[in-house]
Design a protein around this ligand. Structure first.
Ligand SMILES: *[C@@H]1O[C@H](CO)[C@@H](O)[C@H](O)[C@H]1NC(C)=O
Length: 215
């Protein structure tokens, strides 16, 4: 946690990084929490509405939730999640089998993912991240050839990695649907409430979602 916070600060404070850089041996690479292609870890940008509030905030969804609570004292993510849960369940029942959201998904890798040291993480913690994402009505941004941490809680992480030479801003709930696919396809359960998961799902638009330990 502390390490990740320092990384974010460095990414945000370019001047500070420049000042420190001369003291760092050149062999040190930029740490990557995702482990994907050794990409640098950026900070996710969010632009959209949460609970009816139009905002532009950066960070993981948990960090953005903290900022929402600070900015809007009446804001309560858990109440928002509960209010929208019934609505989403009704929508899911009404959905046709030909789901539009599956069209651009182009491949799934489940743990153990070749040449990655990723480990399994908690399905229930990732699931809570997905319910948060469902209430982020807007765009989750990641820069060119880099990864961002979308969700990070109890050592269970959702990353968005971008293989394009330009930044992209897919919708946040759609990113949640990838994490849900990984849960659906790549989970192991040792008991009814003791399930773990890890995997990576790709999109034909050259980005991917990783669910893993370590955030
Ligand atoms: C979020 O990041 C964007 C892009 O780096 C920046 O323009 C914006 O000012 C940031 N917003 C906040 C609230 O920090």
């Amino acid at each position: 946690m502390k390490f990740a916070f320092n990384t974010s600060l460095l990414a945000l404070a370019g001047l500070a990084f420049t000042a420190v850089a001369s003291a760092i041996p050149t062999t040190v690479t930029v740490p990557s929490g995702s482990g994907y292609k050794n990409y640098p870890l950026g900070v996710m940008t969010f632009s959209g509405t949460i609970g009816g509030h139009a905002v532009q905030l950066n960070g993981t969804i948990q960090e953005i939730n903290t900022q929402m609570v600070a900015n809007f004292p009446d804001f309560n993510m858990d109440a928002l999640v509960a209010a929208n849960l019934a609505k989403r369940e009704a929508e899911a029942e009404a959905a046709t089998p030909a789901n539009l959201f599956t069209r651009s998904k182009s491949g799934m890798l489940c743990w153990p993912v070749p040449s990655q040291d990723w480990s399994l993480c908690s399905v229930s913690v990732i699931g809570q991240g997905i319910t948060y994402l469902d209430n982020f009505n807007g765009l989750c941004g990641v820069g060119a050839n880099s990864c961002v941490r979308i969700s990070c809680s109890y050592s269970s992480a959702i990353y968005l990695c971008n293989d394009n030479d330009y930044g992209i801003t897919p919708t946040c709930p759609y990113m949640g649907s990838y994490a849900q696919d990984i849960i659906n396809d790549c989970s192991h359960c040792e008991g009814p409430n003791d399930c773990v998961t890890c995997g990576q799902e790709f999109d034909s638009d050259n980005y991917n979602i990783i669910v893993r330990d370590n955030c």
